[in-house]
Ligand binder design. Sequence first.
Ligand SMILES: [Mg+2]
Length: 362
Amino acid sequence: MHIKSVDVIPLRIPFEDGSDRSPGLMPTKWTELDMALVRVETSDGIVGWGDGFAYACRRSTVTAIEDLVIPQVVGKDIDDLITFNRELQQRLHLHGRYGITMFAISAIDIALWDIAAKEKGVSLAELLGGRQRETLPAYASLMRYGDPNLVHKYAAKAVSEGYKTVKLHEITVENIEAGRDAVGDDIQLTTDVNCNWSLQQAHEIMPHMKRLGMFWVEEPTFPPDDEKTLSELQEKYGVAIASGENACTHVEFARTIPKIEFCQPSVTKVGGVSEFMAICFQAAQAGKTLMPHAPYFGPGFWATAQIMAAQPACGLFEHLYIEPEAYLDASIPLPKNGIVTVPDKPGIGFEPATEVLKKYRV
Ligand SMILES: [Mg+2]
């Protein structure tokens, strides 16, 4: 493919989550979905879409795409996407191998894979080796409400909608207990701590996680790349640990996969489809199931569904349990009865509505 142009479209879409009084998960109160959307067009007129992780860092990701990535892509002939991704990482490695630089590389990589599949007239899953399944089991990824009544309310609501797995973002035993109370014993319950516990707190709280039958505990302590501590907590308390949403490239996952039960690559962070696929191979070889991080609604959502549909062993699809004011593509396959139906259109299947892009562009 010959790349004619790359455009970056910064977006901000407000959402509702029912957590007025909650502390939220972000450095500031989280009420809007920030996106760094890229539109790539080839000289043959094929358009591909991608996005780089942009929550609370939209301007940084957009700038990295504009300043670092676009000059390396426009006007180029790209045939081998995995080799191109590697070369891009090598050219940009002075800017760091993790964080914003990789978010920017992820955006372009997703768009290039979208184009590659569209060129062949097949879905991305088909291009990646074939659709192994039509549907994916999803879980409801609740916000951090910080209030046992709200935790109870939304956990029960998710179960009533058909979810078989519910993820909390609660960090106190009281709030996590409220979640278990709401969902009952037959639903898989997890909590995402987002690195909030000190090691001492982790040792105090993990026995309760065992007692409450947690399916996994996510990123219990800081730093999340301290695999040794994660592995020790998992061993000592017999509760599965999940981590990886803050890891980038297969190099980091090669260290993490053997240490914990569930790794969580994020396609908009990890280096795009190219890196995600390498991690899929590593996980398969280790006999581990990936639980992808996918709390977004742009191309990353669609690309994650396609990658998961192409895997022989598939984990759970993360659905962020909020209501955005608008979806970029109204045909987004949101979970129904806890199940995502994977689109079978060419590419990742994503086609944003022009009027939505116009309205929410910042
Ligand atoms: Mg998480």
